[in-house]
Write a protein that binds this ligand. Structure first.
Ligand code: SF4
Ligand code: SF4
Length: 396
């Protein structure tokens, strides 16, 4: 694709990246075939190719077309288009660059909601209070809203002894409030196999919330805070692990987000130590067994795992190796509609995608649905007829 970005933009790192990404697109449109919003809405402007054109026009002219924010906000950042694209277009990074530069003409209530989410979700104590209040008032809420209130669980005590082999397991923000049992279960599995789990109390949200809500300053601030906490451990741990694939994909991208800052080197080092929990467990050479009587599992690979981290097949192998049977699931590449805060900010599309995904997952009559990201887990559980669990809990 030919571009003519203004000189002032090209003088910046982001301008150069935008130009390189735009130029790699050959506008073939293959990506539309796997885009969930294009499938639902059938509008070129709500598909990846159309969004790339809108971004190009905006970056070239500096003029935002009247509905550009609507079309870009409808994007889930699921990155299915990146997996499909034969030219390797790094669409998500281009979208980040555009979102940061676009004027914020969203309605006042949406801006307020976004500010509220940015403020409350990453602060564990406050988020716990909000979730507690939501659970208390649940009987008074309309059913559609009540089903969206995440559960509040107290963390199980961590069962981990001291071992020479150590890994850092990140707690996350939403997961530490709603499903702390996932990391507790992982700690127990690793401890049993001679690996100590280190959790850092000073760790904060990984930064993906601020990233998805286009608040670059807040994103860099939490990333720098986390690096301060994590960096002293880099020589003594084998890996940094997140059991939430949405956090994992952001952690592995710290180097790119902190490029040209004083923390660039530390960010690259930490990111290179970060692995998805499935990759780590598969490399450990441990033989796992099934922890549940139920055997039929419908596996939902989060977009952040299959498209973001390009990890495919590892969880499936571990589950099959432990004795589970995986049911057939159609359209595995499609997003479930959770996508960070998408299910809240784009509730209608998020609900449609969720219902389609639940139907696809339940078609094979599974006993359980398993997934790898807290957002997907809670979103699917709000509509599924069978329990939705983190796959790590299925191993012992
Ligand atoms: S992003 Fe990739 S698949 Fe989509 S139009 Fe451009 S080159 Fe084709
Ligand atoms: S990231 Fe997902 S929703 Fe956005 S354009 Fe790509 S495929 Fe479509």
């Amino acid at each position: 694709m030919q571009t003519s970005l203004p000189e002032a933009l090209l003088a910046t790192d982001k301008g150069q990246r935008a130009e390189a990404i735009l130029r790699s697109c050959v506008h073939c449109g293959f990506c539309n075939a796997t885009c969930p919003t294009y499938q639902l809405l059938g509008d070129e402007l709500d598909g990846p190719r159309g969004r790339i054109y809108q971004i190009k026009e905006f970056l070239e002219t500096g003029v935002a077309s009247p509905r550009i924010n609507t079309h870009l906000d409808r994007c889930l950042t699921c990155r299915a288009c990146e997996t499909t694209c034969p030219s390797g277009v790094e669409y998500a990074e281009l979208l980040e660059i555009a979102r940061e530069k676009l004027p914020n003409d969203r309605p006042w209530w949406k801006r307020l909601l976004i500010e509220g989410l940015k403020f409350a979700v990453p602060r564990r104590g406050l988020f716990r209070l909000v979730v507690a209040a939501g659970n208390l008032t649940k009987p008074l809420l309309p059913n559609s809203l009540a089903r969206k209130v995440p559960p509040l669980r107290m963390a199980d005590p961590l069962r981990t002894g001291e071992h020479p082999r150590k890994v850092i397991v990140l707690q996350g923000c939403v997961q530490s409030v709603s499903t702390p049992e996932v990391n507790a279960h992982l700690a127990m599995l690793l401890d049993r196999n001679g690996i100590e789990v280190v959790m850092l109390p000073e760790e904060q949200c990984c930064g993906s919330l601020a990233l998805h809500l286009s608040d670059d300053d807040a994103m860099r601030q939490v990333m720098q805070h986390n690096l301060k906490a994590l960096s002293p451990w880099m020589d003594s741990v084998e890996a940094v692990i997140s059991t939430a694939s949405g956090c994992g994909v952001t952690l592995r991208d710290y180097g790119r987000h902190l490029i040209n800052t004083a923390d660039a080197e530390a960010a690259v080092r930490m990111a290179s130590k970060t692995v998805d929990v499935a990759t780590y467990l598969a490399q450990c050479g441990i033989t796992f067994q099934a922890s549940r009587e139920e055997r039929r599992i419908a596996w939902h690979a989060p977009c952040t795992l299959q498209h973001g981290q390009r990890s495919r097949g590892t969880v499936e192998s571990l589950l099959i190796g432990a004795g589970y049977e995986l049911t057939e699931v159609a359209d595995r590449h499609l997003c479930c509609g959770s996508a960070g805060t998408y299910s809240i900010l784009q509730s209608e599309l998020g609900t449609q995608l969720r219902d389609n995904k639940v139907a696809a997952l339940e078609a094979g009559q599974p006993d359980l649905i398993a997934t790898a990201n807290i957002g997907c887990q809670l979103h699917l559980a709000s509509a599924a007829g069978v329990p939705v669990v983190h796959w790590v809990q299925l191993l012992r």
